[in-house]
Design a protein around this ligand. Sequence first.
Ligand code: COA
Length: 146
Amino acid sequence: MISTTNDSSFQVSTDRTRLDVPMIYRFLSEHSTWAVGISLTVVERSIDNSLCFGGYIDGRQVAFARVVTDYATTAALEDLFVIPEFRGHGYAKQLIRIVIEHPSLQGLRRFTVNTTDAHSLFERFGFKPSRPETCMERFQPKLYVS
Ligand SMILES: CC(C)(COP(=O)(O)OP(=O)(O)OC[C@H]1O[C@@H](n2cnc3c(N)ncnc32)[C@H](O)[C@@H]1OP(=O)(O)O)[C@@H](O)C(=O)NCCC(=O)NCCS
């Protein structure tokens, strides 16, 4: 499936075979703020078991988002990024819109995303700060850092 957005140069595809896995691995392991040190094996396994969205310009992947979901009740948006030289053109907004409107992600009771500084970006799409009084997690933020 390829969705062409209103900016016709930016296309989004959920075709996993099109993903530039080395680029995704390089970004996550070296430049992300949340997964530095992650191994290629773990990145590949996460991609294999998620609904993945690649954003492309002229066939080159410049953006990525990964959704972990049961396709029925719940989903989590993970690993969203646009590579630095393509930021500021609205591609993240287009990608998030396509993710939340994806036909397989409708009717969910809960859609979550974790962010340290992009709250205002996600609020535009209906995400709200969650409730610390009810949300608990087992979290190992330094897991990939040796
Ligand atoms: C966050 C990120 C995906 C935005 O990509 P982008 O294509 O440059 O974003 P867009 O051009 O679609 O615009 C984003 C909008 O959200 C706003 N915004 C809010 N918080 C932001 C943040 N932390 N980073 C970037 N933009 C942010 C921008 O100001 C912009 O507003 P505007 O429409 O009024 O101009 C990109 O900066 C990125 O990959 N950052 C590193 C990875 C990351 O932080 N991912 C998010 C994890 S939750």
